[in-house]
Design a protein around this ligand. Structure first.
Ligand code: MRU
Length: 377
């Protein structure tokens, strides 16, 4: 497989040779094939997000930012209310492409806040490009800072135990799920680079296997020792003292610290609590939804095509195949995410530092969230 051209690749970026094209890594083929796709319209970007060509909370937020840039390009000739309506329509389509990760809405609203009311088409395009690139650059900086803060937690465990730190993760909150570094993986990369011995338990993450395919590939590329496990092995490993800590990502985190993440995260958090294993969620500020407190009640959970459960997606003989797993005619349901209540979360690793998963601690770190949630939210 040919890999990304740069040693520090991005997941999505404007084609340096063609400003009308946004390039993205085609994540559905990884790790077996590396391909870049060209996306030229806001609608095509919404489709790429819905079909998971690009995926992961941060990455789809940044992709939505670039989708709004494409919308500005498409509407370059429009003025006044027509231009505003065009941008709002594109924003609504992008926001509707996937429901759970709040980064999408956050990026679209940020673009709309900057673009609505700019009458000149060229100025609108220039501003949309600037905002999209800024969102991407901020994402990289936030993930790097998450790495530095999380590194200190891993270092403390290593100094206390004097041995390899065993970290469990779920799904892919790596650089592929952002622009670079990742969130859950950033502390792992930082610890490994600092010479702290770590080993990562990678759960395969049925049904789409982002752990087996993407996280295992990323960690392997970086030289981080890791072992793939079936999702159902997590509790057993914790019971037998094989896990020092868990770090996962998040797709939406409430101001009270409830964490939505890939389906199966909640079960890991329950087992972690039962076994005294610290459970951390690593996330940038764009993943907070400060307007809600009760994640189980209020975070929308994506339901995807049941064939992702009845069938597997596998690589065979140089191509992707979808062999059937379930008995013919079996009914299936496919929830993409679940919510881990704050009581099961030891801490949140964000770009501003580590805090407890509770409203007071989160607001101490992010005072701008204060008052965003109505009293009964
Ligand atoms: O459905 P996906 O692959 O877009 O899911 C998102 C995720 O990879 C996870 O939930 C992840 O842990 C948080 S996103 C950084």
């Amino acid at each position: 497989m040919t890999g990304p051209a740069s040693a520090t690749p991005r997941t999505v970026w404007i084609d340096p040779d063609d400003a009308g094209s946004v390039l993205a890594i085609e994540q559905r083929l990884l790790p077996f094939e590396y391909e870049e796709v060209s996306i030229r319209t806001a609608d095509a970007m919404a489709e790429a997000i819905a079909d998971m060509v690009v995926r992961g909370a941060g990455c789809i937020g940044v992709s939505a930012g670039y989708g709004m840039y494409l919308a500005a390009l498409e509407g370059r000739g429009l003025r006044g209310e027509e231009a505003d309506a065009h941008l709002r329509r594109a924003g609504a389509t992008l926001e509707a492409s996937r429901p759970t990760a709040v980064n999408l809405t956050w990026a679209v609203q940020r673009q709309l806040g900057e673009l609505i009311g700019i009458d000149d088409g060229d100025a609108r395009v220039a501003q949309a490009r600037e905002v999209a690139d800024t969102i991407a650059d901020e994402d990289i900086a936030a993930c790097a800072a998450i790495g530095r803060h999380g590194l200190e937690i891993i270092r403390e465990i290593h100094e206390r135990t004097g041995r390899t730190v065993n970290i469990m993760t779920h799904c892919n909150a790596g650089w592929l799920a952002f622009v670079s570094h990742g969130t859950a993986t950033a502390p792992m990369y930082a610890a490994h680079d600092a010479g702290i011995p770590i080993h990562v338990w990678v759960s395969e993450t049925r049904p789409r296997n982002q752990g087996a395919r993407l996280t295992a590939w990323e960690l392997g590329q970086h030289g981080v020792p890791h072992t793939l496990i079936a999702d159902n092995s997590a509790g057993h490993l914790m019971q037998h003292g094989q896990v020092d800590m868990i770090i996962v990502g998040s797709d939406r985190t409430t101001v009270a610290g409830d964490v939505a993440n890939k389906i199966g995260t909640y079960m890991k958090a329950v087992a972690a609590k039962d076994n005294g294993v610290p459970f951390y969620a690593a996330l940038p500020s764009s993943t907070f939804d400060p307007t809600i407190r009760d994640g189980v009640r209020d975070i929308p959970i994506e339901e995807r095509d049941p064939t992702e459960v009845t069938n597997a997606t596998a690589w065979f003989d140089g191509r992707q195949i979808e062999p059937r797993l379930a008995s013919p005619g079996t009914n299936a349901v496919n929830f993409g995410f679940d919510v881990t209540p704050s009581r099961l979360v030891t801490g949140i690793i964000s770009e501003r530092g580590v805090c407890e998963a509770g409203e007071a601690s989160i607001i101490a770190l992010y005072p701008e969230f204060d008052g965003a949630a109505p009293p009964n939210a």
